[in-house]
Structure formats: structure tokens, C-alpha cells
Design a protein around this ligand. Structure first.
Ligand code: ZN
Ligand code: ZN
Ligand code: ZN
Length: 129
């Protein structure tokens, strides 16, 4: 039982990182924000678990990194993250573009495991500089 409780606690810490962040995060970002409280391998495992549970989705960015962001309408084993993502070349952040309308629905029988719809440019913060 002790192990179970510790597991829940580490998962909550990772979840808090996502809750306090507006955009998407890569693995290194998450490890950095946890300030060494959880080792990198455990973070990977938790992220995989969240993905399987439909809590976060994976985003493959053009810079070769994988980012993670919270889901809104997903359930375990089924992701419905039908939106594009934005990569800011200024602050190097990734955000979900959930307000830009729906992307084409996948035909029946297809299941997306990663969302790679990407638009690159500058976010409002970086454009202002
Ligand atoms: Zn999802
Ligand atoms: Zn920016
Ligand atoms: Zn997204």
C-alpha cells in the first residue's frame, strides 16, 4: 500500500506541473520544474501512464522533441485531440490551438496516437518585442 501511495503522490506532482502551465511541455521542462523531486525515468513512466489514461496527449514538434499537453475530451485508450499546435520560434514554446476549429475527422477504423499538425511562427508575447 505504501508504494501505491507514493505513486499517487508523484503522479500528483507531475499533474500540478501541467496545471500551472498554459502551453505544452517537453520531458526536460517537466523534470526541470519538478526540481529533482522525481527522477527522469519515473517522469517518463508517469507521462506514459497519463497518455494511456487519456489525460495528456503527445505532440511531435519539428525540432524533434516530443511535447505533452493536457487533454480535454479524451478517455482511457481513446484520444480525441483534434486540434493543431503552434510552435513559437521566439520563446520556443508549444501551445494547443483548440480554438482554431476542427481538423478533418479520421475515417472509421483509424486511430491517431500523435498529433503533428504544426504551425510555426511567433506568439503574441514574442511579436510585441
Ligand atoms: Zn487526448
Ligand atoms: Zn513566443
Ligand atoms: Zn494539443
Amino acid at each position: 500500500m505504501e508504494k501505491q501511495r507514493r505513486n499517487t503522490k508523484t503522479k500528483k506532482l507531475v499533474m500540478d506541473v501541467f496545471r500551472h502551465e498554459a502551453g505544452a511541455l517537453c520531458h526536460a521542462d517537466i523534470v526541470q520544474r519538478l526540481e529533482g523531486k522525481i527522477d527522469r525515468v519515473t517522469v517518463y513512466r508517469i507521462l506514459q501512464g497519463f497518455f494511456d489514461e487519456g489525460i495528456i496527449h503527445r505532440i511531435s514538434a519539428e525540432n524533434g522533441k516530443t511535447y505533452y499537453a493536457l487533454c480535454h475530451e479524451c478517455s482511457a485508450g481513446h484520444h480525441a485531440d483534434n486540434h493543431a499546435h503552434f510552435y513559437c520560434m521566439g520563446c520556443k514554446t508549444v501551445s494547443c490551438l483548440e480554438a482554431t476549429g476542427q481538423l478533418p475527422q479520421l475515417p472509421q477504423g483509424y486511430s491517431a496516437s500523435e498529433s503533428s499538425w504544426f504551425i510555426s511562427g511567433y506568439c503574441p508575447n514574442c511579436r510585441a518585442v
